[in-house]
Design a protein around this ligand. Structure first.
Ligand code: SF4
Length: 396
């Protein structure tokens, strides 16, 4: 690719914001989807308690800023189903953060994302979300075929996705991402290609296209695996998604993420760029400049953590061993299409994870799974399909 190509220019301009991203976990859903392994709750009577705990956690955590985290520049409300949050609750959470934390940008310039299910996107609700500061939506479209949505146990129809999306535009959302899940029962590259035409029609700024992972404990884990595409077909589906979305003008910048120029997810880039993020709420993960930790995955344990007289950040169970933090950062950064600058990595962490692995790298390059250019290495689309296996060779 030519150095002055628009794609390279966008890459430079779209480096991750340097500050902290705050992630808020809202775990409530109307029902559990059969493939989902996130921490979620279906009892709405717990919402008021959870909201109070969240506000208490925000306040208690703010005492540790900015020593552990640089100033905030993105906020992400994820779940669960954050579009089940009433606007007053979103407002209270955002106002509390705004009052108690330091910011690297003016409030209006922060990227503030809310994950939403299509069936909740009514214009009045969306306008109010805009008015309290939310300026980016991540809509769980998942598929553009009602039969496929049914297989996924989703509560919405394709028609509702289109209506919700139009309502969001009408309410003033100019930055919208759509989620798409591939690799479900009886999936084929042709079916995926056909459904992705809806992306062309809707023209969101960003697309997250995930391959289904069947996790233990989910309803999908009890289904005969022969109903799902095998590895070969899954690879073809993945390559088809890359091909179709790039044909529509989306640049792939991470294994599962594609964006129009200027619209990469600034928040999610922090996860893949060694930037700090603070997770608030049950099950939320955090990564400060020198530690990582995950909150408990139950309301009771989360409550005990928030109200404990021994509350501190990082909590006692945080992982703070530099070697492990470095390996995790390498693993996450290799998810980006631009890969890892090994010199910068070594300057930060004091070692090069590829040192002594030259012959392995040569094999991967020969097999077209990896590309090495100067001080950078990156995975190819084929390499992304095997990324867990490949990268574990560098961090074991
Ligand atoms: S709506 Fe999302 S978080 Fe809730 S159960 Fe379904 S996939 Fe999981």
């Amino acid at each position: 690719m030519n150095k002055s190509s628009p794609s390279n220019a966008a890459e430079t301009k779209e480096a991750a914001y340097p500050g902290t991203g705050i992630y808020i976990h809202f775990p409530f859903c109307t029902k559990r989807c059969p493939y989902c392994s996130f921490f979620s709750l279906t009892d709405p009577s717990l919402k008021p308690l959870y909201h109070e705990l969240l506000l208490a956690e925000i306040e208690r955590t703010s005492e540790y800023f900015p020593d552990l985290f640089p100033s905030v520049d993105t906020i992400y409300l994820g779940g669960g189903t954050p579009s089940l949050m009433p606007v007053f609750a979103v407002d209270e959470v955002l106002t509390s953060i705004r009052c108690l934390f330091d910011f690297g940008l003016e409030w209006k310039d922060l990227e503030i994302t809310l994950e939403a299910n299509p069936e909740h996107l009514e214009t009045g609700y969306l306008r109010e979300l805009r008015s309290v500061g939310v300026n980016r939506l991540s809509i769980g479209a998942q598929r553009f075929d009602d039969a496929k949505l049914k297989l996924l146990g989703r509560a919405h129809s394709v028609k509702e996705t289109f209506e919700g999306y139009e309502n969001a535009r009408e309410a003033g959302f100019e930055n919208i991402s759509l989620d798409f899940i591939a690799g479900i029962q009886n999936d084929t590259p042709d079916a995926v290609e056909k459904e992705l035409r809806a992306i062309k029609e809707l023209a969101p700024q960003h697309v997250s296209a995930y391959l289904l992972e069947i996790k233990d404990g989910t309803d999908f884990s009890g289904i005969d695996e022969r109903k799902f595409p095998d590895d070969y077909l899954t690879a073809k589906i993945y390559l088809k998604i890359i091909d179709v979305l790039s044909g529509y003008g989306y640049e792939q910048y991470e294994i599962s993420n594609f964006a129009r120029a200027g619209y990469r997810s600034k928040h999610n880039l922090k996860y893949w760029s060694g930037m700090p993020w603070l997770g608030l709420g049950a099950s939320a993960a955090s990564c400060s400049l020198n530690a990582r930790w995950v909150h408990p995955q139950s309301i009771e344990e989360y409550r005990d953590f928030v109200i404990s007289p021994d509350f501190r950040i990082p909590p006692a169970q945080a992982e703070a061993e530099p070697q492990k933090l470095a390996e995790e950062e390498f693993f996450m950064s290799m998810r980006k299409t631009e890969g890892v600058d090994l010199q910068k990595f070594a300057e930060k962490w004091g070692f090069d994870p590829t040192e002594g692995k030259e012959s392995l790298i040569d094999v991967y390059i020969e097999e077209k799974l990896l590309i090495r250019g100067g001080r950078k290495i990156r995975l190819t689309p084929g390499g992304f399909l095997l990324s867990n296996e490949l990268l574990s060779e560098f961090i074991s």
